[in-house]
Design a protein around this ligand. Sequence first.
Ligand SMILES: NC(=O)c1ccc[n+]([C@@H]2O[C@H](COP(=O)([O-])OP(=O)(O)OC[C@H]3O[C@@H](n4cnc5c(N)ncnc54)[C@H](OP(=O)(O)O)[C@@H]3O)[C@@H](O)[C@H]2O)c1
Length: 345
Amino acid sequence: MPAFPTTLPIARTPEPAQAPPLRWGVLAPGRIAGGFVDALRRNTRQQLVAVGSRSADRAAAFAATHGADKAYDSYEQLVADPDVDVVYVASPHSEHRAQALLAIAAGKHVLVEKAFCRNAVEAGEVVQAARAGGVLVMEAMWTRFLPQTDVLRQLLDDGMLGEVVTVLADHGQSFDPDPADRLFNPALAGGALLDLGIYPLSFASFVLGEPDSVVAAGRLTDTGVDGQVSITLGKGAAQSCLNTTLWARTPTRASISGTAARVELSGPFYAPGVLTLTGADDRQLVREPDTVSGHQGLCYEAAHVAALVADGVFESPLLPAEETVAILSTIDEIRRQIGVSLPGE
Ligand SMILES: NC(=O)c1ccc[n+]([C@@H]2O[C@H](COP(=O)([O-])OP(=O)(O)OC[C@H]3O[C@@H](n4cnc5c(N)ncnc54)[C@H](OP(=O)(O)O)[C@@H]3O)[C@@H](O)[C@H]2O)c1
């Protein structure tokens, strides 16, 4: 049994402002795109140079609000811009495959919002295209690049929890059930799993890797997407219990319990927060939240992309492309068990 440490590991995450600047183009200026570029502007040296929308007015409004030099009324023009190094794809999940492939074909690096694609087949296609094209592709699973996640990584790598027995994580939000909204619309690949459940699933994958068993129970919305799902993943002797819902705000906390100690992440666990390590005798070490808070934490994934590109490394060692595909393959199996299929898949 490892001895309880006297201090928590120090995060090795580089300061986001240290990353060399890349020139970013935003594809699809919706809700999260504004948060992303705001996090870049406040915390990094990354440059927003252009935005592409299906509408000239929306592109112009986003460019004016966020200080982009160029506003395009098509995604094709955005990806063709020679001043754009990297494209941030922030559209609904149904569009990610085609738009990532569009950017890759234009020779751009791509950061694709979570969930990376609708399913593992689409994700594999995008990864293969990026490899063939010699460009970076990464899923914007921002939690993976936060300093607290690096502390957790070191605790796990050093065996400080002993044998991991149980992983618990949930992500539920309460949304207005608008059938046209991308969250409820099957044509836009709505549903709790791809939007919210991807966080607990990615967390379980980070801790235990690809599961060797998947058991899911769910309820569908009137529109036929997954409204709520509870999942048990097995990996050897360990189990993850995960939940996601579109119908209620859940605590959005996560924990990893091992034979020697447990780690708890305060809610929302996927954003910068409090990390607590508790030993078998209830001794505790607490890591307070980072100064970069909430969605400002999106700066870490962008800085990671910029650092990789500067080093000529086109796949992230912190979130390998294979893992992104494997997580979607788990979601494929969950959807099969609860009876959700999406049009156009
Ligand atoms: N990292 C995070 O914390 C976080 C938070 C929220 C969402 N997300 C992810 O970010 C992505 C976008 O989410 P969001 O909430 O920002 O979406 P949103 O507000 O609905 O915006 C999506 C944008 O995509 C464009 N679009 C392209 N094709 C579309 C279509 N067929 N229907 C509707 N819009 C279309 C639209 O922009 P134009 O028409 O102007 O081009 C729209 O504004 C999703 O993958 C989601 O999971 C991440």
